[in-house]
Design a protein around this ligand. Structure first.
Ligand code: PLP
Length: 474
């Protein structure tokens, strides 16, 4: 097992109280007992793990010694450090090690600020109001078993109408409601990607999409954000799928111009390559910004996905897919096998919220928090390079030295969880970057920058840098 893989599995290991070696041993003990580090697995050498975790070698040696004394690992000269025992057939293979997903599984009772997943910290008051509005309708339901694999017709209609308002005429049978944008991505990956297919993505991009494509054994190919070289890549590589975040891109915040959208949509259609545009961040513009029309405006073959997780609340778990009706039909058959459809009360409430998306006051709040974070960063960490953005929820910061992985390990020990760039980029070019989100309250952002600054001054980049994940760049 490579150090980076163990490191990803360790999550927020250093955020508790007590000596670092005890915390490290405690987290490894749990991973061994849960079978996440399976019997027989070869663990990284002391020095390599120490470098990946940005700690001294003695911390790793002491943690390994503790686990060895408990009989959980074996250490032999020549054959390295292994988890004790032999492989059991009941081990669950291939669970994700992506930090975004692992962080969502962490207990929330520690003092760590800025969870890695960027999303609203509280639902807006309009969410409770929307539920109050649907209560009478819920009382009246009769003769309806409530299973809607396509999504509830009321919400499909509301989403279709919003596309129409944004310049993309849409009928409800082109919409499928999903449990968040992530289910939309995993369904599409399952439907459209066969093992070994090349999937063309931006580098960097949303890591949850990369995980969904990896689940289908895709070969990921990266193009720079802005997609220079797209036409040639589509022509020559013949990818099975293209995935783009055109508006307030996650993590860079960039926006594709109408001209580029049209070019990409037409080039993908001409090559008969399905193109997914992920519009999950599209409602996160700052005041006065009007994003260009969705890429679906330029070609009927573009598949769009969206979600209320960032504009309303992640806990609502409402997302959607917009595609040609035959694709929606196929996806609904796949989806029915997974969960038979989503929660109906949430969908009825969401129908009210979709209609109010432009009046939730989100733009002002986002801009306020963005400005607060950016001002503090400019003051305390002036050597960091951070591009200007017009919307979104994250800043994409280039560190002047070191690498995102080892720095994120250092911030964790100062009570701050940030996302290192490496896991977002299949080309390996984002290793010097970290992603910081500004969804937290301003007081929390202030404290986060204090911790970030202390961590930066304490940061000592390891001489033997952790190598990035294997990358395939075009
Ligand atoms: C670009 C992008 N797509 C999809 C998702 C997943 O959306 P959801 O939280 O609705 O499942 C996210 C969440 O962070 C995202 O940033």
């Amino acid at each position: 097992m490579r150090p980076i893989e163990v490191c990803d599995r360790l999550g927020r290991w250093s955020s508790g109280r007590g000596p670092l070696y005890v915390l490290l041993a405690a987290r490894m003990r749990r991973l061994i007992d849960d079978g996440e580090l399976p019997p027989g697995a070869l663990l990284p050498p002391d020095r390599a793990l120490a470098a990946a975790l940005a700690v001294g070698r003695t911390t790793v040696v002491a943690a390994y010694e503790l686990l060895r004394s408990e009989g959980r690992i074996t250490r032999r000269q020549g054959s390295g450090t292994r988890v004790a025992g032999s492989q059991s057939p009941a081990t669950i293979e291939d669970a994700t090690v992506d930090p975004i997903f692992l962080d969502s599984l962490e207990a929330r009772d520690d003092d760590v600020l800025l969870a890695i997943c960027a999303a609203p910290g509280d639902p807006p008051p309009q969410l409770a109001e929307a539920y109050e509005r649907v209560l009478p309708a819920l009382r009246e339901i009769s003769g309806d078993i409530g299973y809607y694999p396509y999504g509830h017709p009321v919400l499909r209609e509301a989403i279709a109408e919003r596309y129409g308002d944004r310049g993309v005429p849409t009928s409800p049978d082109q919409i499928m409601v999903t449990n968040g944008g992530q289910q939309a991505l995993s369904l599409l990956a399952h439907a459209l990607v066969s093992p070994g297919d090349q999937v063309l993505v931006e580098a960097p991009t949303y890591p949850g999409a990369l995980e969904a494509f990896r689940e289908e054994a895709a070969v990921l190919r990266g193009l720079p954000v802005g997609l220079a070289g797209f036409e040639a890549a589509v022509r020559e590589r013949r990818p099975g799928l293209v995935y783009v975040i055109p508006t307030y891109q996650n993590p860079t915040g960039s926006v594709l111009s109408p001209l580029v959208r049209e070019r990409l949509a037409r080039a993908a259609a001409a090559a008969d390559v399905p193109l997914i545009e992920d519009e999950v961040p599209a409602d996160l513009g700052f005041p006065g910004t009007t994003p260009p029309a969705p890429m679906a405006a330029y070609s009927e073959t573009v598949i769009s996905i969206g979600s209320l997780s960032k504009s309303v609340w992640g806990g609502l778990r409402i997302g959607w897919i917009r595609a040609a009706a035959p694709i929606v039909n196929r996806l609904a058959r796949l989806r029915a096998v997974h969960d038979l459809g989503g929660n109906v009360p949430a969908q009825l409430a969401a129908a009210h919220l979709v209609a109010q998306l432009d009046t939730l006051g989100l733009a002002e709040e986002l801009k306020h928090r963005h400005d607060h974070l950016r001002t503090l960063l400019a003051e305390h960490l002036p050597t960091w390079q951070i591009p200007t953005i017009q919307g979104g929820q994250c800043l994409w910061a280039r560190l002047p030295h070191g690498d995102g992985n080892s720095f994120a390990q250092t911030t964790l020990r100062h009570g701050l969880a940030i996302l290192p760039g490496s896991g977002l980029d299949v080309t390996g070019a984002s290793d010097p970057y970290v992603r910081l989100h500004f969804r937290a309250h301003p007081t929390e952002l202030t404290e986060a920058v204090t911790r970030l600054t202390t961590a930066w001054h304490a940061y000592n980049p390891p001489a033997d840098r952790v190598h990035p994940r294997p990358a395939i760049a075009i």
